[in-house]
Design a protein around this ligand. Sequence first.
Ligand SMILES: [Zn+2]
Length: 246
Amino acid sequence: MEFALFRQFDDLFFHTVTDRFGGISQTPYDSLNLALHVGDDLKNVLQNRIRTSEKYNFDIKNLIFMDQVHGSEIAVIEHAMENRKAGIDAMITAERNIPLMVMVADCIPILFYDPVKKVVAVAHAGRNGTFLRIAPKTVFKMQAQYGCDIQDILIGMGPSIQRCCYEVGEDLADICTKNFGKGFIMIEENKYFLDLQALNLAQLKESGIAADNIEISSVCTACDKNYFSYRREGVTGRFAGFIMLR
Ligand SMILES: [Zn+2]
């Protein structure tokens, strides 16, 4: 899928969020699994990545991906020498032709683009990363590192588990309400549901991003079988968000 918000800049940068189709991995990774760490055949994963690079016309040699740890460490990428970044959950670059990839199966793949300073970023926002405020931290890093203006930054949140399916325990619901206020936990029949997208949206708005500069996919990965879902499937693949300056 692509974000409508980014469409006017198609000539200047590339972005997409993949789904689970078009690859060669076998069940339960069928078929476009892009992650090396989930137990899939590595040859298939590499082939899936090559297919993705050919479809979207980027140089696979420059692809940068993260060993994501549900933290909030952010890397600034200044060259494509090191393809695999350990222990981080967000990346920022102002370099052209370096595709950044964020892998998910229910967590939110967040893409950032500043068309003025020409900076792109990705972030992996699951529950933990969101509680650690990874989205606004990425925005602040874009400002600190590249002088991005908060008014210029556009943000897309890709398919991810939504409140219809994201049941959490009472303890976690309490932590969320205590730390972030009301409105992010829905209670139905004594069950608690977390609205991860609303929490990221609130954090971004609080950091100064205008609501008009944020687009949120309405697709719930746990409902929609076009996407991998850790909640629905357990052992499964990862789809990914990509962004790259041309
Ligand atoms: Zn759902």
